[in-house]
Design a protein around this ligand. Structure first.
Ligand SMILES: Nc1ncnc2c1ncn2[C@@H]1O[C@H](COP(=O)(O)OP(=O)(O)OP(=O)(O)O)[C@@H](O)[C@H]1O
Ligand SMILES: [Mg+2]
Length: 360
């Protein structure tokens, strides 16, 4: 085995390597997973900063967690570990409310990494990322003065082992996204406005969380992402700089657990809610795009966000004295059903009657 190979093996075994870590702990304890793949894995944890999110409950799906760990390993490999450049950026996409943004917060919070999130939109410009001169007031002088205000990319680049999250980056104009090419390549870049040369600190990582794969697909069978307004087809050279991970809603069993632990719903109701969510998702136009024979193509879905809200609204209504059936129905209407068309409401209520109410 060459020295470089030995070094890669050691790093992959340790998963995330950097001189700045403060602890190495078992992955199952860090991420709260019991999946056997992680049983003998260790994870490096870093000293939290003011930019490290607080830990909130999160259920990691094993394959997605594996991809995150590969991503973290890619920035930790020693120089020259491979002969070619390993991609260090991750494009995660999936339907609304499936837990994408929360995933990166959960990963950062548990590993002590700082997280710099840019909420991207059509009006984002290179200055949104890198910074701009702003006219600022000052308590010591009556006359405002121009001050350089660094953007999130500069804060990220100067914080070792931190994550830059480009949230909803598929909303960016492709030419604006291209201004991040040097950042995505991990090479030093110059800030035109100040002439400053920025070298990215070691261990820094970049991620996108988006509803589409950057080429107009929401991941369904038909390739259309028309429900995700404002998303744009990105330049293929931008996409080429990312590894990709498609994510979808949690499996029914895990959503049942979340409903019980986070929304305080009893097991039989949690099962019914998760089952209805699964059936409605199968009819969701944006996810499935082809609703299949006999299926009604819905223009809305029940996200994990909404399953949990359905559960919490149900809990509140039960506390107020509604019976279980009334509470299930009204809580669903409050959470999302009143947004739907009459035909969509009827389709969902039919599923509710057939699969849920009878068993509640
Ligand atoms: N795996 C999970 N564990 C715990 N909570 C979850 C999980 N997935 C989703 N949630 C819940 O769903 C909510 C929505 O998640 P999040 O905001 O990350 O969705 P998203 O995929 O980024 O949606 P959008 O595409 O609309 O931005 C979270 O605030 C959280 O309450
Ligand atoms: Mg999000």
């Amino acid at each position: 085995m060459t020295t470089a190979e030995a070094s890669v093996n050691k790093t992959v075994a340790d998963i995330v390597s950097s001189a700045a870590h403060i602890a190495i702990n078992p992955a199952p304890a860090v991420f709260g997973t019991t999946h056997p793949f992680f049983s003998s894995m260790t994870v490096r944890q870093f000293a939290p900063t003011e930019h490290t999110p607080a830990i909130k409950p999160y259920q990691f799906e094993p394959e997605t967690l594996t991809r995150l760990i590969v991503w973290a390993a890619s920035v930790a490999l020693p120089e020259g570990a491979f002969g070619a450049e390993l991609k260090k950026n991750l494009w995660l996409y999936g339907p609304t409310g499936c837990g994408k943004t929360r995933l990166f917060e959960a990963f950062a919070s548990r590993t002590g990494r700082s997280l710099f999130t840019v909420n991207c939109h059509e009006d984002s410009r290179p200055s949104t990322f890198f910074g701009s001169w702003k006219l600022c007031g000052d308590s010591t002088s009556a006359i405002p003065s121009m001050r350089w205000v660094p953007g999130k990319v500069l804060q990220w680049a100067s914080t070792p082992n931190s994550i830059l999250l480009l949230d909803e980056a598929d909303q960016l104009l492709p030419e604006v996204f291209m201004s991040l090419n040097a950042v995505l390549d991990g090479v030093p870049f110059i800030i035109d406005e100040t002439g400053e040369r920025i070298t990215i600190a070691p261990g820094c990582m970049v991620a996108v969380a988006a509803n589409t794969n950057g080429s107009g697909s929401a991941g369904g069978n038909g390739g259309s992402a028309t429900l995700y307004k404002g998303t744009k087809k990105q330049n293929v050279a931008t996409m080429d700089r990312f590894n990709v991970a498609q994510m979808t809603y949690l499996p029914e069993a895990e959503e049942i657990q979340l409903l019980q632990s986070l929304a305080r719903v009893q097991p039989v109701i949690a099962q019914s809610m998760a089952k209805l969510a699964t059936q409605v998702r199968a009819m969701f136009l944006g996810l499935n795009e082809d609703a299949g024979a006999g299926g009604m193509a819905l223009k809305f879905t029940i996200t994990t966000r909404n399953v949990l809200n359905w559960g919490m609204n149900y809990f509140l209504l039960m506390q107020m004295g509604k019976n279980s059936e009334e509470a299930l129905y009204l809580a669903l209407k409050i959470t999302l059903l009143d947004f739907a068309t009459k035909a969509e409401q009827d389709a969902v209520l039919a599923v509710l009657k057939n699969t849920v109410i009878g068993k509640a």
